[in-house]
Write a protein that binds this ligand. Structure first.
Ligand SMILES: [Zn+2]
Length: 70
């Protein structure tokens, strides 16, 4: 009985652990801070909020058609 057939079985064990690379701040691309996620700071959060508001003002909505008085 030959004992040469000892093969170290490869163990591909992908452990679902914490992600090594968190998403960067969408504003300045710096590492996200848990307290301000998904941003890196309160400043970037405000910037994002302002951006939304600004776009809301810039983007022209559908023209409101007023009913013509007869
Ligand atoms: Zn940022």
């Amino acid at each position: 009985m030959p004992e040469a057939a000892k093969k170290p079985s490869p163990k591909p064990s992908p452990k679902p652990g914490p992600k090594p690379c968190p998403k960067p701040c969408p504003i300045c691309r710096r590492p996200m801070v848990e307290a301000f996620r998904p941003f890196c700071s309160d400043r970037c959060r405000q910037v994002d909020l302002g951006r939304w508001l600004t776009e809301a003002y810039v983007v022209p909505g559908p023209a409101v058609e007023e009913p013509e008085p007869e």
